[in-house]
Structures are given as C-alpha cells and as structure tokens.
Design a protein around this ligand. Structure first.
Ligand SMILES: Nc1nc2c(ncn2[C@@H]2O[C@H](COP(=O)(O)OP(=O)(O)OP(=O)(O)O)[C@@H](O)[C@H]2O)c(=O)[nH]1
Ligand SMILES: [Mg+2]
Length: 373
C-alpha cells in the first residue's frame, strides 16, 4: 500500500489511523452517530475498536466510552461561573482552554496509532463553536497534519426536506469544506425517519432542484417577478453544483445502523484523497508561508538599506562621521572581511623607540613608589 506508515523502522507497519471529525448542526445526531460507528467497529471480526475524543464540554451523558473527554480537563459550569459567561461563551472558553493542552492529546493519540484504525472526534452541539472558532481550526489542523483526516458532516435528513433549508445546510457544509479543505462526507442521518433519495436527486440534477423550488410556492411576487429569495437560491444552487462534485454522500440511520458500512467505504476511499489532494496542499501552504516570511524579511532588509542610502544623500556630513564610512569599509574589503576586526600584530611596541616593555618586571628599581601611611 502506498499509504504513509504509522512508524518508521523495523517490522511491517500498518497504515496510520484515519481521523473522522464529526461536525453538524445541533441535534443532527452527531453523538448518536459516533456511538453507532463505535459499535459497528466493535462488531467487526476481528473488532477494530476506535480511539474516541469527546470535545463537547456541555454534554451531560455521552452514549459511548470516550478515550479522551474534554470534561475531564475542564468543567464548563465552573468556566461559566468564573468568567461570568453564558452557555455558548462557556463552551467556547472551555474548548479554548482544552486546546492549549492539545499537544498532549496528540501525543496520546500518536501513541495509539499502531493499535487503532480510526480516531473519532465528537464536536460540541453548537456547530459554529467548532467551525468558526480559533480553537476548532487549531484542533482540525493539528489532527489533519498528523493523521489522514476526513470530515463527516452530519445532516438531520427529516429537517432538510424543504429546498431552502436544504440549500442553507449545503452552503454551511460548503463553507466548512473550503475552510478545512479536508475530504468531506455528507452523512444524511435519520434515514429511518426520512429517506435521503430526494437529497441525492437535488445534488445530481440541478433542474430537479429548480423544480422543487418552484413547487414550494412563493417563487413569484404579486407582479409576476421571481422573488428575491427565489433568484438568490437559483444563483446559489449554481455555486453548489461545483461543490457537490467534491464530495461523497451517504445515507445512514444512527438508530438502526443502516448505511454505516457504506459510510466506512467512503471513509476508506478518502484516504487516497487526503494523500493526493490535502497533503500536497498542506505542503504548498507550508512552503508559501515560509516564502512569505522570507519575503517579509528581505523586504524589511531592502527598506533598511534604502533608508540608509537616502540618509547618506541627505546628510553626507553626518554620514562621513559615521564609523561605517567608506574608508573603513575599504579596509574591511582589503582584509577580506566585512567586519572591522583590528589586527595589531604589525604595530610597533609602545616603548621609547618602539622597544618591547616587559610589564611583568620593574623597569627602574630606583623608583620610589608612594607607600601607604
Ligand atoms: N430516528 C432517529 N433519531 C436519531 C438518529 N440519530 C440521532 N437521533 C436522535 O436525535 C436526537 C439528537 O441526537 P444527538 O446524537 O444527541 O445529536 P447531537 O448532534 O450530538 O446533538 P448535540 O451534540 O446536542 O448538538 C436524539 O434524540 C437522538 O435519539 C437516527 O438515526 N434516527
Ligand atoms: Mg452531541
């Protein structure tokens, strides 16, 4: 397999585990989904127990055994009290505090890299706390730069059947895809309540979505013109068409377990995508950052040199008093260096007539040195 190995050195090494980052609107079923994929992995033969991280500080009960639980590190109720915050500020601050220790989390995960195939992250209920916070970005980037990673975007299918809701959910997913640039799986959850065929149809067939929009009423105002909402959605759906090409979509029921195998097929397929698209992009981004740092340094050095040249033109007299004047520079050049290191070896000794004075011996025994007292 052309997959990066979990360890270098002796012995056949297994591929690195894949990190599954579950993200989704409040109540979409993230935690139930994590519990379901956990039980699926345990039920395999041989079982493949995953390594699970719970990043939701506010959850009272998680339906799975988390290996690392943010609640063991920060008490979100205390954070709310101490910092005088509301519930969302409390969750965000708790996540920020936890992120300061994330290097330790990564160490623990890396220690287990040889024995697990999947690392699963459950994120806080309020999607924007994870997707639009600095700590969410730090956690995602840190995980994705040490392990192959994939975003599982959980969608509450029964709540997405209206075209407008569907589109806002897809636009949100689109923004996360472009933010993380990671392989992305749309997980239509709760298919036991509502099948997801309509969503697949809308994603594959732009005209079917247009038709659905039209049948949802309110597409024309009283003068027969398309309503603002309708024309906005028409243009947005064109944007989304491009977005749909970059993702996989599966329908699952976290309640019954339907579709979970297909989900893992999509996860396993994402590994190649991570290696061929995300990693080179990460490398490019690193190089670009190094280059822009170097450019900034070069730029400030150039400006410094220009300023010095202008100073010199404006005030030649002051410049000539400068110890770094032309003559000194010439000397330095002559001696093959650009720093003024003075070599005194050819200077005459300071004694009368240039003779050597041995300072360790008294020169004139007859000198009457003043004595104390
Ligand atoms: N019918 C059905 N209900 C589901 C399914 N998945 C989750 N639920 C229900 O949806 C509700 C929310 O599920 P959670 O797993 O707590 O959702 P969550 O996204 O983790 O919620 P927060 O973390 O609080 O935002 C619960 O009542 C679940 O029982 C499913 O596949 N089918
Ligand atoms: Mg949850």
């Amino acid at each position: 397999m052309s997959v990066p190995s979990g360890s270098e050195g002796a012995g056949p090494s297994k591929p690195k585990p894949i990190a599954i980052i579950t993200i989704g609107m409040a109540g979409a079923g993230k935690s139930t989904f994590v519990q379901r994929i956990n039980s699926y992995l345990h039920s395999l033969n041989p079982p493949k127990p995953p390594y699970i991280l719970n990043l939701d500080p506010a959850v009272t009960r998680v339906p799975f055994e988390a290996n690392i639980d943010i609640r063991d590190t920060v008490n979100y109720q205390e954070v709310m009290k101490q910092y005088n915050l509301g519930p969302n500020g409390g969750i965000l601050t708790a996540l920020n505090l936890f992120t300061t220790k994330f290097d330790q989390v990564l160490n623990l995960v890396e220690k287990r890299a040889e024995s697990v195939d999947y690392v699963i992250l459950d994120t806080p209920g309020q999607i924007e706390i994870f997707t639009w916070s600095a700590s969410g970005a730090i956690i995602t980037d840190a995980v994705a730069s040490s392990l192959p990673a994939v975003v599982a975007y959980i969608i509450d299918t029964p709540r997405t059947t209206a075209p407008a809701t569907f589109m806002s959910n897809m636009l949100y997913a689109c923004s996360i895809l472009y933010k993380t640039k990671l392989p992305f799986i749309l997980v239509f959850n709760k298919t036991d309540v509502q099948r997801h065929d309509f969503a697949l149809e809308w994603m594959q067939d732009w005209e079917a979505f247009q038709a659905a929009l039209a049948t949802h009423g309110g597409t024309r105002d009283s003068e027969g013109e398309p309503t603002y909402m309708n024309s906005l959605m028409n243009s947005m759906s064109l944007v989304l068409d491009e977005f749909y090409k970059h993702l996989k979509a599966v329908g699952v029921s976290s309640m019954t377990g339907a579709g979970i195998k297909e989900f893992f097929d999509a996860v396993d397929a994402s590994r190649t995508e991570y290696e061929t698209e995300y990693l080179p992009e990460l490398e490019r981004a690193r190089k670009a950052r190094d280059k822009s740092l170097q450019d900034a340094k070069d730029d400030s050095m150039n400006r410094l040199m220009k300023d010095l040249a202008v100073d010199r033109q404006k005030n030649p007299e002051a410049f000539s008093r400068d110890q770094w004047d032309e003559d000194d520079n010439d000397d330095a050049d002559d001696e093959g260096g650009d720093i003024n290191i003075i070599d005194r070896s050819d200077d005459p000794y300071p004694g009368p007539g240039g003779e050597y004075i041995d300072l360790t011996r008294p020169r004139n025994e007859n000198i009457n040195w003043p004595r104390p007292g």
